[in-house]
Design a protein around this ligand. Structure first.
Ligand code: PHE
Length: 465
């Protein structure tokens, strides 16, 4: 048997896990779901979710992966018994669903990046002046409507999937580890720079108060939609609930301190999302868009091109921004495909490159409808984040909390030392309160999704078919 690959360097794992976590979830998804959730109220619930549920849950994935040194399906079966292969199957399915739409969105970023080589963002937007006047929308919104579906979107989806498949086919060390080393620092520097710049905008303070002063009444009135939305966003952005962290930790040595690594990963990921909000909302309000919830999946594109078109040096900043986000998306996409690929390699004995190409190809096809109409984005994203990820996290919590708690604590203690009562506290937190919150969240998520299927989606079908 071939020796299982491991990370080449001690930092390789952290970088790859951060690379997986930091991606479109932070930069594209976070601002618009925050907008839809009402701003600061959403932010608060999301942050609570990350700290109280995301952290214990990421540790659960780590111990399962490092203990078993297997892909998620094999890992769950080893700890839980053969019936758990179905749960593992759901993890793999989740990877399929997320990557299919993820690739389309990543394609938009590549497109905006390449557009910057044709001219400044100001001159690009000027090209949409007439159409914008007619539609009574900002130019940047018209531009997004123009490029987000259709042939262009299809071409860039194709391109992005091809690159993702290529990197995964090359394997853990040569591919993934190398790809993430420059990206995270670059994103942070850029976002900090942008955040400082937007502070000078005329309506920045309106943006800040929308983003940063929560109204508790909003939370109380909307908890049934806020909870699943915030949970979905927390799991999505942390790459939790579908086995990415299991897979990455399976290539890990026993000397790593998992709580420290988990804290670092969550800290980076949450920090980057938070920073993105500091950039986006002031720009929105300054551009006269006072209903950030209406921005939808185009929010980040509209606000950023708006900004890059006006500020000095905006052209270079724009190229840097869209380019970096494209790379960040790639490192996340790689992790999604890696889960699916590792499963096929380990359990079916297929070659790495064949597995990557075959699975990547199917995922690619699944994403194609999104390039036709964005309703399919809601269809796939809503299913993955509202249901699949929450279900995955719930199953992990059951596995670690109820089925293999002893093994889990022992594994967590490797690389840290005796945890004493803390290990038990972790187990009891996931056994009861976290489990209950996840059950409620899953229930609300299913309810919301059924509402979408019988509402917006049914309407779309009857209008288009
Ligand atoms: N965490 C990634 C992001 O924020 C997306 C992702 C979700 C990656 C689930 C892997 C697994 O963009």
């Amino acid at each position: 048997m071939v020796q299982r690959e491991t990370w080449a360097t001690r930092t390789g794992f952290i970088l790859a896990a951060v690379g997986s976590a930091v991606g479109l979830g932070n930069i594209w998804r976070f601002p618009f779901v925050t907008g839809e959730g009402g701003g600061a109220a959403f932010l608060l619930v999301y942050l609570l979710f990350v700290a109280l549920i995301g952290f214990p849950a990421i540790l659960a994935e780590f111990v399962v992966g490092r203990k078993t040194e297997r892909n998620p399906v094999g890992a769950l079966m080893e700890l839980g018994g053969s019936a758990w292969k179905y749960v593992g199957g759901v993890f793999v399915l989740t990877g399929f669903v997320i990557l299919s739409f993820y690739s389309v969105v990543a394609g938009w970023f590549i497109r905006y990046f390449l557009e910057g080589f044709r001219g400044s963002y100001g001159s690009l937007l000027a090209g949409y002046e007439g159409a914008a006047a007619e539609a009574e929308l900002p130019e940047a919104a018209v531009m997004f409507g123009d490029v987000s579906t259709g042939l262009d979107a299809f071409v860039f989806h194709t391109l992005f999937m091809a690159v993702t498949i290529g990197v995964v086919a090359l394997g853990i060390r040569r591919g993934i580890e190398l790809a993430v080393k420059v990206m995270v620092p670059a994103i942070i520097v850029l976002l900090v720079g942008m955040a400082i710049w937007v502070a000078t905008l005329p309506e920045a303070s309106a943006g800040y108060s929308y983003y940063l002063s929560p109204e508790f009444g909003v939370i109380a009135d909307n908890w049934a939609t806020l909870l699943p939305a915030a949970a979905g966003q927390a799991f999505f952005t942390l790459s939790l609930g579908m086995g990415v962290m299991i897979t990455y930790a399976s290539y890990l040595g026993e000397d790593r301190n998992l709580t420290r690594d988990g804290t670092a990963i969550i800290g980076f990921d949450t920090g980057i999302a938070f920073l993105t909000g500091l950039v986006v909302f002031p720009v929105f309000f300054s551009a006269g868009m006072t209903e950030p919830g209406d921005g939808g999946p185009g929010a980040i594109f509209v606000s950023m091109t708006e900004a890059f078109a006006t500020i000095g040096g905006g052209h270079v900043l724009g190229l840097l921004f869209f380019g970096t986000v494209s790379i960040a998306a790639l490192s996340s996409a790689i992790s999604l495909l890696e889960v699916v690929t590792a499963y096929v390699i380990d359990e079916k004995g297929v070659d790495r490159w064949k597995a990557a190409l075959g699975m990547g190809g199917i995922i690619y096809l699944l994403g194609v409808p999104v390039t036709y109409d964005l309703i399919f984005l809601d269809l796939l994203d809503g299913f993955a984040d509202g249901i699949l990820l929450v279900f995955g996290a719930l199953m992990l919590v059951i596995l670690v909390g109820w089925i293999a708690p002893k093994v889990a604590v022992e594994e967590l203690e490797k690389g840290i030392g005796n945890l004493g009562g803390l290990g038990q506290a972790w187990i009891w937190a996931i056994r009861v309160p976290i489990l209950l919150v996840l059950v409620i969240t899953l229930y609300l998520g299913v309810e919301g999704y059924v509402g979408f299927l019988t509402g917006d989606f049914a309407d779309w079908i009857s209008a288009n078919l």
